[in-house]
Design a protein around this ligand. Structure first.
Ligand SMILES: [Fe+2]
Length: 280
């Protein structure tokens, strides 16, 4: 599969001015800076998150041998993937799509209105828009063409690698300073939804509607470790001990320990057999 994308597309599209587009992104994001400390903190949080997702996207794209042009496309998909978050937070003060609106669709409207991608070839423009559209779906639309699906998966992995790290960091400091937006306004109460564990044991993803409290929200992050596509991502989460670090913040419970063990053994199995095992 990868042979079709590596090194063979140097001639596709024009050179991409990632420096200029990064400045465009920054100008837009910073237009939402405000005196309101709660809104400001969360706007900056998404701006910083975006840059880290961009780095992960470049790492993953390079790790699978994509050409320079496609590494730039991976970078741009990451740069614009959460562009809808700024308007979403300014308007609704939440990142929960089901309490506001789908931030990917909102982002695509922003991309179009601001003509952020006007310097790209039509093919690359479609690629970025479709990667953005697919980044927060429960799975990638299988009907897309292979190049777009590959980029959507690079973006989904990159986003998860950072968002889980961001939450792990937050779990440590939430006892001191809470950010209701990062708690996604879920009640912090004992217990968890057992159907979520059942789905994790089946290596399935969790529908948003199942999540009832903050423990369910943390379990969802655990489930994301089962939705990684690339050896880079699998190695990264193992090296940085994501699964065990998530476990520390969940209730002490044998069923949860078993779910974490399942996730870890799945990651190791997929690492040995990438590109096929992850979507079996
Ligand atoms: Fe994101």
């Amino acid at each position: 599969l990868l042979d079709r994308f590596s090194g063979s597309r140097k001639s596709v599209g024009m050179n991409i001015d990632t420096f200029f587009l990064t400045n465009e992104f920054t100008g837009y994001a910073r237009s939402f800076y405000t005196e309101d400390p709660f809104v400001h903190e969360n706007i900056v949080l998404k701006e910083d998150h975006t840059h880290r997702v961009c780095s992960f996207a470049r790492c993953i794209a390079s790790s699978i041998g994509l050409c320079r042009h496609d590494i730039d496309c991976a970078y741009l998909s990451a740069l614009f993937h959460d562009i809808g978050r700024f308007k979403q937070f300014a308007k609704y003060q939440t990142f929960r799509d089901n309490l506001s609106e789908n931030h990917a669709s909102l982002g695509i409207r922003v991309i179009e209105k601001k003509s952020f991608l006007k310097s790209l070839s039509p093919e690359d423009r479609i690629l970025v828009v479709e990667a953005v559209r697919n980044h927060n779906r429960i799975s990638v639309d299988e009907n897309l063409d292979e190049r777009i699906k590959l980029h959507a998966r690079i973006l989904r992995d990159s986003d998860k690698l950072d968002i889980i790290a961001l939450h792990l960091d937050y779990f440590e400091r939430r006892k001191l300073i809470k950010n209701a937006a990062l708690e996604a306004f879920f009640p912090d109460e004992p217990g968890y939804t057992s159907e979520i564990i059942d789905l994790i044991m089946q290596s399935a993803q969790i529908p948003h509607t199942l999540r009832k409290n903050y423990n369910d929200f943390i379990l969802t992050q655990l489930s994301w470790l089962l939705d990684l596509n690339f050896p880079f991502s699998l190695s990264y989460v193992l090296e940085h001990n994501y699964a065990r670090k998530i476990l520390i913040h969940l209730p002490e419970d044998d069923t949860i320990v078993k779910a974490v063990d399942h996730v870890l053994s799945e990651i190791i199995r997929r690492q040995k057999n990438p590109f096929r095992a992850s979507r079996e």
